[in-house]
Design a protein around this ligand. Structure first.
Ligand code: BES
Ligand code: MN
Ligand code: MN
Length: 454
């Protein structure tokens, strides 16, 4: 392994230059304007997989964005790992808050700044480089590898789910290795064993058939914006609990062992509040911050619009109002069941003065990964070797919808070996990735390939 590790160290600057090329592609999945860039990013992945040593590479078309696939199955009798990641990125707005253009990557203070640097281009690229290092130094891998890199993670992975359902034989594996989560803290080797799920809803209220003069009509006709805000406020009570009937029915409690583990982790509410720039924290009564984020479901309004939102003042009763409402779910909640419960409850509280349209935009299931499988044990050892420190197990508040599909359909344990940091501005202006972690990730990946092959 020593030759491989020093090869990785010696090639760091090449890796960074290649990553820059990848980060220059504005592969934003949510907007149709970027279709060409999405294709370019998929091509980039395919080319790099080929160069890394995959014996077969391919781009699979889907109804949506293409999938980059690569495999090397030259170690018969040895385990097979499937490496998953995503090449799509979030939109860049508000663009004026970026200190440097989002698709012109720069390195500053040991960090690379660009949209997608930590989520997830920089992280998925680590595995391509670790595999390549094996081929360069040893001419082969000690186990079989498949890569599956998608372009729709940030918009719900619906087409990937269809692809997995239709290709379980192609994707057959013994573990799914994923780097798309965060370390507990800088320099702390971390494995994530829980992700929250998601139900994303949009509600639209329609009132009068046109915007009305608020003097001639106000007071006598229901205002959809007023009504919508009032309804949203009814979705949570004063203790921060969600009021939708049966919402909590399937929520698993933290085990004693998990609680003890959380207590052991160093965590400062004060530091956390300061990092996000708020004077005080807020959340469901009776739970600590980490418990609230990792093990409790939430309901949030992501955006609300309707009526007059431009500069200045205009006096109207708006005709329509819309809100985007998402719920983070925990095991064993089911995203479709929650969508139904939400819809039923919301309809029941809407007054007659407005019409309501409710749509379910996307969803994904929560995951809890048992820690006693050989892949997780090997992953823990590998990260400990790379970092020279003891592993920490955490849950995560974010979601990666496809992970539950991997466990259910492929029956292989997911390994969430994330190297990001929650402070790296993912989904925000000035996203960045710590280059020390980039290198530690390549090493962890290489150690894992070795460790899991034995
Ligand atoms: N990589 C993130 C998930 C994540 C976020 C992991 C924070 C660790 C820390 C992923 O790309 C993501 O943003 N997921 C979305 C999924 C959603 C669109 C269904 C999320 O969590 O909002
Ligand atoms: Mn991601
Ligand atoms: Mn993301």
């Amino acid at each position: 392994m020593e030759d491989i590790i020093s090869y990785i160290e010696n090639n760091q600057s090449n890796y960074i230059e290649e990553l820059k090329e990848f980060l220059k592609i504005p592969s934003i999945s949510t907007s149709t304007e970027h279709k060409i860039d999405i294709e370019k990013a998929a091509e980039f992945v395919k080319d790099k997989l080929k160069i890394a040593g995959m014996s077969h590479v391919e781009i699979f078309k889907t109804e949506g964005h293409p999938l980059g696939y690569g495999e090397w199955l030259g170690a018969p009798g040895k385990p097979t790992i499937l490496i998953y990641g995503h090449y799509d990125v979030q939109p860049v707005d508000p663009i004026e808050l970026w200190n440097s253009p989002p698709f012109e990557p720069i390195v500053k203070d040991g960090k690379i700044f660009a949209r997608g640097s930590t989520d997830d281009k920089g992280q998925m690229y680590m595995h391509i480089k670790s595999v390549e290092a094996f081929f360069k130094m040893e001419g082969s891998l000690p186990l079989n590898v498949k890569f599956l890199i998608e372009g729709e993670e940030e918009i719900g992975s619906q087409n990937l789910e269809i692809f997995i359902n239709n290709n379980t034989e192609l994707l057959k594996c013994d573990a799914v290795l994923i780097s798309d989560t965060a370390l507990y803290d800088e320099g702390v080797p971390t494995l994530t064993y829980g992700l929250r799920g998601m139900t994303y809803m949009e509600v639209e209220l329609s009132g009068p058939k046109r915007d009305l003069h608020s003097g001639s009509f106000g007071g006598a006709v229901g205002n959809p914006v007023n009504i919508l805000t009032n309804l949203i406020s009814k979705l949570r009570d004063k203790n921060g609990r969600i009021t939708i009937p049966h919402f909590y029915d399937d929520v698993l409690k933290l085990t004693k062992k998990e609680k003890a583990n959380i207590t052991k982790l160093k965590f400062s509410d004060k530091k956390f509040a300061k990092e996000v720039g708020v004077a005080a924290l807020e959340g469901e009564k009776g739970y600590s911050t980490l418990e609230r984020i990792w093990a409790r479901p939430t309901l949030d309004c992501n955006g609300i619009f309707g009526g007059f939102t431009e500069k200045g003042a205009k006096t109207i009763i708006p005709s329509k109002a819309t809100a985007k409402i998402s719920m983070r779910l925990v095991s064993n909640q089911d995203s479709k069941k929650i969508a139904k419960l939400f819809t039923k409850y919301f309809k029941s509280i809407v007054p007659k003065s407005v019409k309501v349209k409710i749509s379910n935009l996307h969803g994904g299931e929560p995951v809890l990964i048992p820690l006693d499988n050989p892949a997780t044990v090997a992953a823990a050892k590998s990260m400990e070797k790379a970092f020279g420190k003891k592993i920490v197990f955490i849950r995560e508040g974010g979601s990666i919808p496809i992970v539950s599909v991997f466990s259910k359909k492929l029956k292989a344990p997911p390994i969430l070996m994330g190297l990001g940091l929650n402070s790296e501005n993912l989904h925000s202006p000035n996203e960045h990735f710590n280059l020390k972690h980039f290198q530690l990730g390549i090493k962890s990946s290489a150690y894992f390939i070795k460790e899991f092959s034995i």
